[in-house]
Design a protein around this ligand. Sequence first.
Ligand SMILES: *Cc1c(COP(=O)(O)O)cnc(C)c1O
Length: 221
Amino acid sequence: MSSIAENLLQVRQQLQGNVRLVAVSKYHTEAEILEAYHAGQRIFGESRVQELQVKRNNLPKDIQWHFIGHLQLNKVKYIAEYIHLIHAVDSLKLLEEINKQAGKYQRVIPCLLQLHVAQEETKYGFTVEECNDFLERGDWKDLENVRIAGIMCMATNTDDKERIRRDFHTARSFYEMAKERHFAHLDYFKECSWGMSNDYGIAIEEGSTMIRVGSRIFGER
Ligand SMILES: *Cc1c(COP(=O)(O)O)cnc(C)c1O
């Protein structure tokens, strides 16, 4: 059996250019996270606020915590002081709440817009059309304590590699369009968060700047 440190090294060796690795540690123990930390990993992703709170309390303070899951409005206040990046924003309401809570700490919290490109039905994520409308309406421009730093998506959960590639391609095209139309002279709109354990190779080929990998590093949950 290979260790967390070995797995981490193997994934890192596949990173190209500026692609960064978010080690998704949800449901894994603090000891396991520390093993990755001691192997040099500093960015960790969690998807449940309560679990994140406990881990953040007990683990080294130089860890950069990313929130990768669906974030409920009433939970934003618990993570606003320290969260480094929120990956899955899919409503103005959520962005407004993050803005409000970030303001209490005089912070600007970077957020990604979650784009729904997969075939599965899910209630989370903007469709391409909704995301376009959201950007066009422009209410987000008045929110001084958040910054839209890019796009996040999940591909269809399938073995069909071409389908996965198409999903990422759709997201990348959307990112390029949005950058040109809405963020042309703003250097902070730069992240494309896609790629998980089963598809990060394709994701990197399709323009990901940030992969979110859990089980490939920590083992099955
Ligand atoms: C769990 C999760 C991941 C990591 O999934 P693995 O298949 O374990 O790599 C990535 N992104 C999100 C949003 C997740 O919830």
